[in-house]
Design a protein around this ligand. Structure first.
Ligand SMILES: Cc1cc2nc3c(=O)[nH]c(=O)nc-3n(C[C@H](O)[C@H](O)[C@H](O)COP(=O)(O)OP(=O)(O)OC[C@H]3O[C@@H](n4cnc5c(N)ncnc54)[C@H](O)[C@@H]3O)c2cc1C
Length: 448
């Protein structure tokens, strides 16, 4: 029986131009798939998951041919438009303080560090600078008594996991960030911060020595006959016995997990490059990353490098079951970002935002990934539950290992996860999720 998949929704409507992407030099001209190829492996999706899957395949099956397809330019999608925290510790964004059960969190931390070690070796092999891949840790900044309490609870949890952390008081926070907005901070040293678009673009460039990468080449249909998947794009095709789907929430566009994946847009803004006088007025360290003590608050990064000194603000979640967001949605978030920015940096009144953008997260209600062989010869590494920088990397590595018969106990962990639970029907799902997100954002108060 031939298996057939018709892909819907290949317009990828990522609203706004990501600042990470915009401040990089023009990318190399794109290679669009315009022929019929055969390969041993096809990876669909060129984000953290897809790139990691392709690199792991290359390590495990050196002599086999690998093709990777993406529907847009690599770096334009969510992997190039996030806040760039590659987080090692538990980070349950649906909890008050990121923490879960101790044993499970210890295991998750080991998994995340497996992914981070892989990313670190990638960064070394492809010669990434510290601006692109910086193992500088992450600070959970608290701007309110409630946030401070979350941080204190989190320290207790980290201690029970045997994890080190450093408590920062208000003057430490000012010394680092230049802002006196924060009451306290909790530094956990093993998170890596990345220049998101530079990381995935550099990753793809490094891989392209051995992997055939085609961009602007969306998969529109797939069919399996006689043990081979034939995968069509508008101008070509790839035939391969094994395919790894690394498309995060777009798994739904391939017809899988209907009504089980939650699509949420998250927004960020980046300032223009600061003048020398603005850099002096702000003070603080040249680059740092502060995540909010409450998951629904604002992440803030100060960066310096090829694009100059800039500040990134990230907050505001929108549930969107259509997977499309518009520039109007960005306009609605502008006020939040500007307010959050002015609260923290009143000394930088005239520092405008130059770039504003949104991007997709894919979550399941019960917080599980979608992983494994979902059809004969078709593997999935999807649904990263909002922390795809490390978890996307991990699921891509594990999918490549699983599909090529490599043993790893983390694969068992992933295979033993439950299925994503079914969501309520529309419009109840949207109404419920929107009310929940608004309530959580309201509760985040000054952490926003
Ligand atoms: C503003 C913002 C801030 C965030 N901050 C963080 C953070 O600090 N830390 C963190 O861990 N996570 C963060 N995230 C989430 C993170 O970016 C995602 O979880 C991550 O990008 C998922 O990686 P992925 O490789 O699974 O999927 P994606 O990055 O979405 O990559 C999937 C790729 O598949 C391609 N694709 C889809 N359909 C097709 C098709 N039909 N044919 C070919 N290709 C296709 C897409 O074009 C895309 O490039 C943030 C997200 C946003 C939007």
């Amino acid at each position: 029986m031939p298996q057939k998949i018709q892909v819907k929704n290949i317009r990828h409507g990522n609203p706004g131009l990501s600042g990470w992407y915009a401040i990089l030099p023009e990318p190399e001209p794109t290679h669009v798939l315009e022929e019929d190829l055969t390969a041993d492996w096809l990876v669909i999706g060129g984000g953290f998951a897809g790139l990691s899957a392709a690199r792991r395949l290359l390590q495990l099956r050196e002599k086999e041919s690998i093709v990777l397809l993406d529907s847009i330019r690599i770096g334009e999608g969510s992997s190039g438009r996030n806040s760039g925290f590659m987080i090692d510790l538990p980070h349950d964004i649906s909890s008050d303080s990121y923490a879960g059960a101790v044993e499970r969190d210890i295991r998750q931390t080991m998994q995340n560090r497996y992914a981070i070690a892989f990313a670190a070796k990638t960064a070394e092999d492809y010669g990434f600078s510290q601006e692109v891949f910086n193992p500088c840790g992450k600070i959970n900044g608290a701007a309110s008594e409630k946030g401070d309490r979350h941080n204190r609870e989190y320290v207790v949890h980290l201690n029970s996991m045997g994890e080190e952390s450093t408590w920062l008081n208000a003057s430490d926070m000012k010394r680092i960030t230049g802002s006196d907005y924060y009451l306290s901070g909790l530094l956990t040293p093993k998170t890596v911060t990345i220049q998101a678009a530079a990381y995935v673009r550099g990753f793809a460039q490094g891989l392209s020595q051995n992997v055939n990468i085609y961009e602007n080449s969306p998969v529109i249909a797939m069919k399996r006959a006689d043990g081979i998947w034939k995968v069509n794009t508008p101008k070509g095709s790839v035939s391969a016995p094994k395919v790894i789907l690394c498309v995060n929430g777009h798994l739904q566009s391939f017809g899988f997990l209907k009504q089980r994946l939650m699509h949420i847009f998250l927004y960020a803004s980046m300032t223009r490059a600061m003048t020398t006088e603005e850099i002096r007025r702000l003070g603080g360290e040249p680059s740092w990353g502060v995540a909010p003590a409450n998951p629904f608050g604002s992440s803030v990064r100060k960066i310096c490098g090829v694009g100059g000194h800039r500040i990134l603000m990230r907050n505001k979640f929108h549930f969107n079951s259509t997977m499309e967001a518009s520039d109007r949605d960005i306009q609605r978030t502008v006020r939040n970002h500007d307010r959050s920015f002015q609260r923290r940096f009143p000394m930088l009144k005239n520092l405008e935002m130059e770039y504003r953008w949104g991007g997709r997260l894919c979550l399941s209600w019960n917080g599980v990934p979608v992983f494994g062989e979902i059809e004969d010869g078709l593997f999935a590494a999807c649904c990263q539950n909002g922390v795809g920088v490390s978890k996307g990397t991990l699921s891509g590595i594990l999918a490549a290992e699983y599909a090529s018969g490599f043993q790893n106990s983390y694969i068992e962990d992933y295979l033993n996860e439950k299925q994503p639970t079914r969501l309520p029907p529309e419009p109840i799902a949207t109404m419920g999720a929107t009310a929940y997100l608004n309530w959580q954002e309201w509760r985040a108060g000054l952490e926003k």
